[in-house]
Design a protein around this ligand. Structure first.
Ligand code: MN
Length: 135
């Protein structure tokens, strides 16, 4: 079964590029274009990894990460903030909100998959948390 990655990103070009690369390497991609849809999709689909833009409509990435970490089955899921290179303060705030790490935007297509897989490696033998009925 394919590993599922949820991308929460409001920029169409970034969404297209990230999805294209991940699908090319055999991942199943779910897409959400605003923070609240992203939170709902994460709760419903329980992806193995989440890529989270910070500047998002409806609900920003920090709020999305904080809400995800309140859900039992998303506590150990890697949440990778995708932060603008020009906004270094975003990274510390993203980690403080519960993100596992960050990737700089614009993404580098040559190293993107390697960065993703490093985050996935740490979770393969991780504990499974089961579905949170309140999610
Ligand atoms: Mn954005």
């Amino acid at each position: 079964m394919k590993t599922t990655i949820l991308i929460i990103e409001d920029n169409e070009q970034n969404m297209y590029l990230e999805s294209f690369i991940l699908e090319k390497f055999g991942y199943r991609v779910l897409q959400a274009f605003n923070g609240s849809d992203g939170l709902k999709t994460a709760c419903d689909e329980n992806p193995e990894l989440i890529l989270l833009d910070i500047q998002l409509p409806v609900m920003d990435g920090y709020s999305v990460a904080r809400e995800m970490r309140k859900q039992a089955h998303l506590k150990a899921t890697p949440i990778i903030a995708v932060t603008s290179y020009a906004m270094p303060g975003d990274r510390e705030q993203a980690l403080a909100a519960g993100c596992s790490g960050y990737i700089e935007k614009p993404i580098n297509p040559d190293t993107f998959i390697h960065q993703i897989e490093e985050f996935l490696i740490g979770t393969k033998d991780g504990e499974s948390y089961g579905k949170d009925p309140d999610c």
